[in-house]
Write a protein of this length. Structure first.
Length: 241
């Protein structure tokens, strides 16, 4: 049996709504919200990775919806109770098998809070003007599996929720493109590679080795190259899904 704390989840839901509203007022408000969440995560939740409690909240919403229960008890959103029957099947809190209609209804009730959560996430990620800061903050969410949750929510989400999911993915791709352009300008265009240097423009292995060797001489460029590769890996995983 998995039971969420009703009072804690009510508080989290209300907090998300408040933080989302504050972050939309101005870029300064968004920055203050981001710093407050990071600080609270470390001090109150003992987070090793920033924003863990936000991703955990999304995971609890998903589990509640998949159980067909009420998700978080705020505005029709609550954590459900998941009970396994003797055959390992999923039952609702009343011992009744969960049907597709129950799950669909639960996700429909959760759309509002999910929109607010992802609106807050997008604001947190995209408010910094510095490209490296945006990529770093986004990576905190990616490494905690937020893309897997986004795939599930996209299947059941309404237009407003899907719009927020699109913003996350589109901004990630745009930042990756900017990062590639910056790295290219730092390391030199591939058109400058000379065959006499032993680098074939048609050999991806040689090209990567050349980039790696060049970036190793520049700490900032090496870190940027690593970030680009991590972001490309995340984008590839998203498109394959």
């Amino acid at each position: 049996m998995v039971v969420g704390s009703h009072d804690d989840d009510q508080l989290l839901a209300r907090t998300m709504r408040l933080l989302s509203a504050i972050s939309l007022i101005s870029s300064r408000g968004a920055e203050l919200v981001r710093l407050s969440i990071e600080g609270a995560g470390v001090k109150l939740h003992k987070e090793r990775v920033p924003f863990t409690f936000i991703v955990n909240l999304l995971e609890r919403i998903r589990k509640g919806c998949d159980s067909g229960g009420d998700v978080m008890g705020v505005g029709g959103v609550g954590i459900g109770i998941v009970v396994s029957d003797s055959d390992g099947g999923m039952l609702g809190s009343g011992g009744v098998g969960v049907g597709d209609e129950d799950v669909a209804a639960a996700y429909e009730r959760s759309n509002e809070i999910l929109v607010q959560c992802f609106s807050l996430i997008n604001t947190i990620v995209n408010c910094p003007e510095d490209l490296e800061d945006r990529i770093t903050i986004r990576q905190y969410f990616l490494q905690q599996g937020i893309e897997d949750l986004m795939k599930v929510f996209r299947e059941h989400g309404d237009e407003a929720l899907i719009a927020q999911l699109d913003v996350f993915e589109e901004e990630m791709q745009e930042d990756a493109a900017q990062q590639r352009m910056w790295t290219s300008s730092q390391l030199g265009s591939t058109s400058e590679f000379q065959e006499g240097e032993g680098v074939s423009r048609n050999d991806p292995v040689q090209m990567f080795q050349h980039l790696h060797d060049s970036a190793s001489k520049l700490p900032d460029a090496f870190n940027s190259l690593l970030t680009v590769l991590q972001t490309l890996t995340a984008i590839t995983s998203a498109t394959e899904g």
